[in-house]
Design a protein around this ligand. Structure first.
Ligand SMILES: [Zn+2]
Length: 435
């Protein structure tokens, strides 16, 4: 039998070896499954928050087990799916880096998620993309994508490209490695996680057991994006306690907690709100009012700042406002509770600069323009980075997340998958230089 000739694929060509059909078919199949997470369970210990995510985890378990070179496929009791793709580099195990790839299985609950019906608009020609149910994706959102195949829903539901595009791309990368053993790779650990949208999926995650020294979440938007910074996040609850008396006999006796709460909101700085800030500016956001009676009312705010000290000084500002409102409302008891939600991952990632450098190399080798961004929110990567696993975010290709207009371009999926492969190549290319 003639010896098989192994041809190494140049990084710029990797994209042409992605099996588009297989990746898109897999994505569409997964998108049809409703894996919405349940915000109402966010305060409980129930992970996953919905059983549909557990079923989905077992479906992924089957897919991963069918890829020959993938080992160690496990679904744990929290429905976290992990697996290993061993390295093919001939070197002692100690010298080979272990790199994680994460994507989340749950989808957001902002719009309906039942009976998702993905549609593929082949070779998009330009103009507004009109879906059913009055949903229109404006042409401005699609400007770069003329000629590409665009995946949308029928206009009634979410698509869930956030983050099933990430899952489909990671699985396609595993298939690629299975079919191209000539391409050197580090040891790759896979993590498909539940409940990202409600910020709970990694509460019970064991970073040590996962065993990677760095990782990437595949959960961003435009190919070429690299996000290594998130907000610092605090939640503040303020409880106003008054005294209720029949309004007819209330003079000098009633203390209305609602009035104090309203005073407080009026005093919040308008130029420090989500609706008046962007880019790297932080904010204080009154998010909801829970109890609302004369006797007792309560307000929940979120505080966001890229700088931790900035967050603390905004919290100080809130304390000062509480003081002012106390003076305005004698007899009203005001209590303020602060809870840290997540931290900016920047300083944790900075401890392992190669995780950023190799991703930049991977993006460049794929032929993409690097877009460095700070996320005005949190990611699973924030939690992982703080837990000791530096995890910046790479693009998955989806647009207009959390809406009925959510869409995904097939060409972008290919670019994102190729970026993952070229980033992995960068990790092992350096090994040769070191030894
Ligand atoms: Zn996401």
């Amino acid at each position: 039998m003639p010896k098989k000739v192994e041809i190494a694929i140049p990084p710029a060509q990797v994209i042409n070896f992605i099996n588009t059909n297989r990746m898109v078919t897999n994505f569409v199949g997964m998108a049809r499954i409703d894996t919405v997470s349940d915000e109402s369970k966010a305060e409980t210990n129930q992970v996953p928050s919905t059983e549909s995510q557990r079923d989905f985890a077992y479906m992924l378990n089957e897919q991963l087990k069918n890829i020959r070179s993938v080992k160690n496929v496990v679904v744990d009791k929290f429905a976290v799916v992990t697996a290993t793709l061993p390295s093919n580099v001939q070197m002692s195990a100690k010298q080979i880096p272990t790199v994680g790839l994460f994507a989340h299985m749950d989808i957001a609950d902002d719009v309906p998620t039942d009976h998702i019906t993905p549609r593929i608009h082949e070779k998009y020609k330009g103009g507004d993309l009109k879906l059913d149910h009055g949903t229109v994706i404006p042409k401005e959102e699609l400007i770069e994508l003329i000629g590409d195949d665009i995946i949308t829903t029928d206009g009634r539901t979410l698509l869930g490209a956030d983050d099933k595009a990430g899952i489909a791309e990671i699985i396609e990368v595993l298939h690629f490695y299975d079919e191209h053993p000539e391409i050197p790779r580090p040891k790759i650990r896979i993590g498909f996680t539940p409940d990202e949208e409600i910020g709970r999926g990694l509460d019970f995650f064991n970073v040590k057991k996962f065993g990677a020294s760095a990782a990437y979440t595949i959960d961003g938007s435009v190919p070429g994006e690299l996000e290594a910074e998130t907000f610092n996040a605090h939640m503040v609850k303020i409880i106003f306690k008054g005294t209720n008396v029949h309004p007819g006999f209330a003079k000098g006796k009633m203390v209305n907690s609602l009035r104090a709460l309203a005073d407080f909101i009026t005093k919040l700085p308008r130029n420090e709100a989500p609706e008046t800030t962007e880019g790297r500016q932080g904010y204080i956001h009154p998010d909801s009012i829970e109890d609302r009676s004369v006797e007792e009312s309560s307000l929940t705010l979120i505080v966001r700042d890229f700088n931790y000290k900035g967050s603390l000084s905004r919290i100080k500002k809130l304390e000062k406002l509480v003081e002012e409102v106390r003076k305005l409302n004698p007899g009203c008891t005001i209590e303020m509770k602060v809870k840290e939600q997540y931290k900016n991952m920047k300083e944790y990632i900075a401890k392992k600069p190669e995780v950023i450098n190799y991703a930049k190399q991977g993006i460049k080798d794929t032929g993409l323009q690097l877009i460095e961004k700070a996320i005005r929110g949190g990611t699973d990567g924030s939690s992982l980075s703080v837990m000791g696993l530096p995890t910046p975010n790479l693009a998955a290709g989806g647009h207009l997340f959390h809406s009925k207009k959510e869409f995904l371009a097939v060409g972008d999926m290919k670019k994102c998958a190729a970026t993952i492969i070229n980033t992995m190549s960068a990790w092992v290319r350096e090994l040769g230089k070191r030894t």
